[in-house]
Design a binder for this molecule. Structure first.
Ligand code: XLS
Ligand code: NI
Ligand code: NI
Length: 437
């Protein structure tokens, strides 16, 4: 197999290619339904998994090397940035995402950390200008450091709240500077381990307070992108407040944040919450808060966020179906919040993993369009609800009916026949389209 440095650009070779470092389905500039594939999919590279993660797990240290031969911290992070942009170029990925701690070294003081961070933001800005790559979203890592052990905005310690806000501010500033279109709140420690020591009401109010302050600050300094909450039910806390899409929708409505906040839906978080990926996307869509995607997949036999590169074509197709029905991405995109396995520990594996994930979603995009064009599934669903197009059903959906009227209507009904849901038939259509040559 070729070595990393030998691969300058991963070409599209089509489904019959046996070349490992070629796309089989992702042809970035191919126009499908009026848009280039790269614009439909808006792939993004995740800095934390790709540039920093070195294969460590709870039972063992690094299996990968990502210092890029540097010991000086700032130089090392510049090399990491060079690597990130080189990788995006090789893979025809147009966007990237990062946490504040991903892009710059930590200083001895917060001031020094911010100084490093801002220097690196300038460096990334130069790289963006030179390459045309863009920032999809950034976020503050308000969960890793010891001070966040009891939460960030939901910490019982008000100083931690203030510190969290300062980190969010730095990231929103960076977002504006880099022309980013998203800011993500993922509340890793915004939850609880036991209610015996927790004031849930205050914690939720405070979480909303940080979101409001962030939104107001962002809008004040001219940030035009979206704010996202990324739902996840648990891990690291036993119970996270942003449990799933429906919980987040309720939270955003309660605190009147729904106009500025959307959701960043992650596949592995969906399954941890006991939902499918498609379910979470649908909930976001019908609530008008679909924003962005963290593409990955979990292992159904493991109860944690394994962040595997997505290769399940069935799930990916159902996901792309939702994205298309939503009208596509606007400010959001498809970020690979995914890491290579501990045993896949070479730089070549990073390329192979992205190729696998990107091809999965590229094929999913193609297939989802085919399913929509074929029309059998959509038509079935439409006809299934036909009783709401006339008669009493029409009155119900027009909100023109009273309880009394429904009651007297029901009294005159004879037998009610509900038509078959035809699940197996529809699943076979799906498979047929998925696997047709
Ligand atoms: C962790 C989350 C995290 C967010 C960004 O489970 O997926 O990586 O996407 O903080
Ligand atoms: Ni994520
Ligand atoms: Ni995750």
């Amino acid at each position: 197999m070729k070595k990393f440095d030998e691969i300058k650009k991963v070409p599209f070779e089509g489904p019959n290619s046996k070349e490992p470092f070629a796309f089989k389905y992702y042809n970035p500039d191919e126009v499908i339904h009026g848009k280039k594939m790269r614009e439909h999919l808006k792939f993004a590279l995740s800095y934390w998994h790709t540039i920093n993660y070195c294969g460590t797990d709870m039972f063992g240290g690094d299996t990968e090397e990502k210092t890029f031969g540097e010991t000086d911290p700032l130089k090392m992070y510049k090399k990491k940035a060079d690597f990130a942009f080189d990788l995006m170029e090789k893979l025809s990925i147009d966007y990237y995402c990062f946490h504040d701690v991903d892009i710059a070294p930590q200083g001895k003081t917060f001031k020094e950390t911010l100084d490093y961070f801002n220097q690196m933001v300038d460096y990334l800005s130069e790289k963006q200008k030179a390459t045309g790559k863009k920032l999809l979203w950034d976020t503050a890592n308000n969960f890793g450091d010891k001070k966040f052990m009891a939460g960030a905005a939901t910490s019982p310690n008000a100083d931690v709240f203030a510190f969290s806000a300062a980190k969010v501010k730095a990231c929103i500033d960076a977002d504006v500077k880099l022309g980013g279109t998203g800011y993500v709140f993922w509340g890793g420690r915004e939850g609880y381990d036991t209610l015996i020591n927790t004031n849930m009401g205050l914690e939720l109010d405070n979480l909303a307070r940080l979101l409001k302050i962030s939104r107001d600050y962002g809008r004040k300094i001219g940030y035009k992108g979206d704010f996202y909450i990324e739902p996840k039910p648990k891990e690291p806390t036993k119970h996270q407040y942003d449990f799933d899409a429906a919980t987040c929708a309720n939270f955003l409505r309660k605190y009147d944040l729904i106009k500025d906040f959307k959701l960043n839906i992650e596949a592995n978080h969906a399954t941890l919450a006991g939902h499918t990926f498609q379910h979470e996307l649908r909930v976001a869509r019908v609530n008008g808060i679909f924003g962005s995607i963290d593409a990955n997949q979990g292992d159904m036999l493991l109860g944690w966020d394994t962040d595997q590169f997505p290769t399940n074509i069935y799930d990916a197709t159902l996901a792309m179906y939702e994205v298309i029905k939503q009208g596509g991405f606007t400010n959001g995109g498809l970020n690979f919040d995914a890491k290579t396995r501990r045993q896949s520990n070479t730089l070549e594996d990073i390329l192979l993993a992205y190729i696998a994930g990107m091809d999965t979603f590229a094929l999913a995009l193609r297939t989802a369009f085919k399913i929509i064009e074929d029309g059998r599934i959509d038509d079935f669903v439409e006809k299934r609800y036909d009783s709401y197009n006339h008669g009493i059903g029409k009155k119900i959906v027009d909100d023109q009916v009273t309880m009394e009227e429904l009651s007297s209507y029901a009294l005159n009904l004879k037998d009610i026949e509900v038509e078959s849901g035809r699940q197996e038939y529809l699943e076979s259509i799906f498979n047929n389209i998925l696997f047709e040559k």
